[in-house]
Write a protein that binds this ligand. Structure first.
Ligand code: ATP
Length: 247
């Protein structure tokens, strides 16, 4: 087992007093883990990823390398634990504009000081290279997000997250939901290779998937959200009743 990277302690998310989406979610993500997060529609998978990245109010703690997001400062924490939504629905401009905006963030610049390839054009060159592995043509990076297909936008967002190469954990919210089987396989392969490569910053992934086949292909661990809690199983096709409670 690799070193612990992210420890979730008693994460509870409530809509209003007395109504929790889930309660006391606790598990640890180690280097080399590809944790597939499963559960019925509405069980709270996306909400859990948003809690981990501090986009949603919750109680409990997410410790990255033993420290909280407040210890690091939330922007710096988010460069290391990066949430990738299913769709880039509200982003203005083009994917290239998005990369330019990121390079101007102080949290990104603090990390990029050690990294010679930090200018927007260098970042774009890396993003284009990653995107090509996902069959994204270079000119799409300059097209408005609004004029990209669902699958193009999804792959570009993933390629951008990967090419930043700052995150130790990617929180992937159904990263292939808009893709055909063949393109899904390309994306899966690229992500899995990066987790196991010693040349990239990425150490682990939490990956929401509704597909047992995909879970089997990519997952090294399987955590199921159910009845407001979670359990870990060895089986990528989850059983209706909890096997091993986590936490
Ligand atoms: N901001 C919000 N206000 C009210 N309810 C919310 C809010 N965000 C999420 N919910 C509710 O919380 C529950 C969990 O939503 P979430 O999107 O996390 O589920 P999910 O497991 O990711 O679902 P799916 O598999 O369908 O994507 C749902 O019942 C949803 O309607």
């Amino acid at each position: 087992m690799g070193a612990p990277v992210l420890e979730l302690r008693d994460i509870t998310c409530y809509l209003k007093r007395g109504t929790n989406i889930f309660s006391n979610i606790s598990f640890t993500v180690n280097e080399g883990d590809i944790v597939v997060l499963q559960g019925r529609s509405g069980s709270g998978k996306s909400t859990l990823l948003k809690c981990i990245s501090h986009l949603t109010m919750h109680t409990g703690e997410s410790l990255y390398r033993g420290r909280t997001a407040l210890d690091y400062g939330i922007p710096a924490y988010r460069t290391k634990i990066l949430y990738v939504p299913q769709r880039p629905s509200l982003l203005p401009g083009s994917p290239f504009d998005f990369l330019v905006t990121i390079t101007k963030l102080r949290s990104h610049q603090a990390l990029a000081r050690d990294n010679a390839n930090s200018s927007p054009n260098e970042l774009l060159a890396r993003a284009i290279e990653v995107g090509e592995a996902f069959e994204i043509q270079a000119d799409l990076w300059h097209r408005s997000w609004m004029n990209l297909s669902g699958g193009e936008g999804q792959r570009i967002l993933l390629a951008a997250a990967i090419s930043l190469d700052t995150a130790e954990i990617l929180l992937l919210d159904e990263p292939t939901s808009a893709l055909d089987q063949e393109t899904s396989l390309l994306v899966e392969q690229a992500i899995v290779e990066r987790v196991y490569s010693t040349k990239t910053t990425l150490k682990a992934v939490i990956w929401i998937s509704h597909s047992p086949e995909q879970s089997r292909r990519v997952g090294s661990r399987f955590i199921h959200l159910s009845a407001g809690g979670c359990y870990e199983t060895d089986d990528p096709t989850p059983s209706p009743s909890p096997s091993t409670p986590v936490g």
